[in-house]
Write a protein that binds this ligand. Structure first.
Ligand code: SPQ
Length: 434
């Protein structure tokens, strides 16, 4: 696909689609609750559609009138053995969180997905679940999907010190713990996104969180709720960076989720001298309006506890760093190697093709700025975030064209990305991308 290039100004206001992490979890909690859950502004990206289909396969009735998604909850006990394997497509969140939900169901399920899912590590979830009594394994005894998982109605409680900072692993253990007798304790390596903990409370359950220690008891009952999904800061990130690096720009993003476990990118933008203002919505302290404008950026160092709070934004932050004066260093981000693709290698390789000065390291990237970008042919490696990052990079290319291979991957988290971007670029009909 031919990308939009050579933009001299970006202007406008946009509401990005619903948060992917919260959309997945709202379907999951809707299903395991009793009663009806209505979900507004849900993300209808491919990943969340996979989660919806997974629960339909398990016998949950889910309606979508195009506005509101209604989940007729069955409780954990009402989930039924599937006839066919559950196909999670490209979605790591779906497969890992489903493992926790299935941990307490006394039947066997096969979980499979696309080529990328077949390479993502699952031992991080299987090891704690096996300690709880679940029988699970990957292909030929490996840790890789397709996975077979046989849950038990006698789940054991555990105290689990997490070896990786991962909200997916934490959430899988939490879903299993909710079906065990007694109290499970999880100690996080670093604090990660806490949407599962928040939803346990929102759906009427109890959970204790004391810094990195989380305690949750089993056999809790959940009641259906009304959920309004805030915009995804991980999707907003592409427009935040576009507004900072394209000349003569000002972009406003409304109703963006501002959960502190997700807002690391805002701290980075401020550290880099980015012009950014945030107005929290009166009705919700965890959403707000963000405005950015073209900025004279300086390099920064990113590592330590902030990493889980911006892990999915690191590809687009790397692009931001190519337009900052000085050397930016990203460290402690080895988790990037096990996302939809190896994001350390993909970012370094593809941005270098466009003229960036960027070196991959064992746990991050070294980016020297400021560089002028040029045209070329690049690939998303089937990774939505790499694809969107490359389109934002292309906006800066004055001479030549940029061709993106595997652009369709973007629909995983942002089906209308190109349409929204065309609006901000103020492209007229006929001047459209593609
Ligand atoms: O669902 P998936 O494919 O794992 O999605 C990604 C993404 O970029 O959209 C990661 F590739 O986001 C994860 C995120 O990296 C979503 C997530 C969640 O909703 O709990 C947590 C993070 O993953 P992890 O492995 O750190 O727990």
């Amino acid at each position: 696909m031919r990308l939009i290039t050579n933009q001299k100004t970006l202007k406008g206001t946009l509401e990005v689609p619903g948060d992917k992490s919260i959309s997945h979890r709202s379907i999951m909690f809707g299903a395991i609750a009793k009663g009806t859950t209505t979900i507004h502004k849900i993300l209808r990206g491919d990943d969340c559609l996979s989660t919806m289909q997974a629960f339909r396969d398990l016998g949950v009735v889910i309606e979508d009138d195009g506005e509101v998604v209604t989940v007729h909850g069955t409780g954990f006990d009402g989930l039924k053995k599937t006839v066919e394997p559950i196909n999670v497509g490209n979605s790591g969140t779906t497969i890992r969180l489903m493992m926790g939900i299935l941990a307490g169901r006394p039947f066997e399920t096969t979980l499979l997905g696309d080529d990328s899912i077949a390479k993502r590590p699952m031992n991080r979830v299987m090891l704690p679940l096996r300690q709880m009594g679940v029988v699970c394994s990957g292909t030929d005894g490996s840790q890789f999907p397709p996975l077979r998982i046989k849950g038990t109605s006698n789940l054991k409680v555990i105290e689990y010190k997490m070896p990786v900072a991962s909200a997916q692993v934490k959430s899988a253990i939490l879903f299993a713990a909710l079906q065990a007798d007694g109290t499970t304790t999880i100690i996080e390596k670093e604090r990660t996104r806490d949407h599962t903990e928040e939803m346990i409370q929102q759906f009427g359950g109890n959970i204790q969180v004391d810094d990195r220690t989380i305690r949750v008891s089993g056999n809790q009952n959940f009641i259906g709720q009304e959920v309004i999904v805030p915009g995804d800061i991980s999707s907003a990130a592409f427009f935040l960076v576009a507004g900072l690096i394209v000349p003569n720009s000002e972009i406003t993003l409304t109703h963006v989720g501002l959960n502190p476990t997700r807002t690391g990118i805002i701290e980075v933008i401020l550290n880099m001298n980015g012009q950014i203002t945030i107005a929290k919505s009166a009705d919700s302290s965890k959403a707000g309006t963000i405005t950015v404008s073209t900025s004279h950026l300086k390099a920064t160092e990113i590592g330590g506890e902030i990493i889980p709070r911006l892990i999915d934004e690191l590809p687009i932050i790397a692009l931001l760093a190519t337009q900052a004066e000085g050397t930016t260093i990203i460290r402690d981000a080895e988790e990037l190697k096990v996302k939809e693709t190896n994001r350390i290698d993909a970012v370094a390789k593809e941005l270098s093709k466009l003229g960036a000065d960027i070196t991959p390291t064992e746990d991050g990237l070294i980016i020297r700025g400021k560089t002028k970008l040029h045209g070329g042919t690049v690939t998303s490696y089937g990774d939505h975030r790499i694809g969107m990052m490359l389109q934002i990079a292309a906006l800066l290319v004055e001479d030549g064209t940029v061709e993106l291979e595997n652009a369709e991957a973007i629909s995983v988290s942002y089906p209308n990305f190109f349409k929204d971007l065309a609006g901000i670029c103020q492209l007229k009909k006929g001047e459209i991308y593609g």
